[in-house]
Design a protein. Sequence first.
Length: 164
Amino acid sequence: MLESQRERAPLNDGGEMDTALAFLSFARSCVLKKVNGLDEEQLRRRLVVSDTTLLGLVQHLTDAERYWFGYTLAGDPRYADVDFDMVVAPDLSADQVIAGYRTAIADSDAHIGAAADLDVRTSHPVHDQPRTLRWVLAHMTSETVRHAGHADILRELIDGVTGR
């Protein structure tokens, strides 16, 4: 079942912010597609030596959204100590984890929208100095894309579904 989830990369080219947001949104969408239609067992299935699972990737990316956009960019202290863990607690349902990711994305988008422009500096430093929103967007896009690739491989191992 080759390329069954294929989606064209964004063609947005209306400015730096427009392009950056389009590619981040595309990467997030790719992650969410990978978990769509699978049951609880499939989402928690461990197929590699590490603790990486599809649901674990979603939980990890939720923490990343909250840390980088919520804490680092916007200064929300609730997300200063997220653990980025890939192991999902058994008492959290897949629906809760996925809903949490969707909420984190919406919150991140609100923080991005509140910034005047890409040159806005982070509330908290990264390696001892503030970074720009531009840097945070590039970092989070690269992280999300990397994990979307992991998710693509795991999904293919589970049921043969592929495509970005």
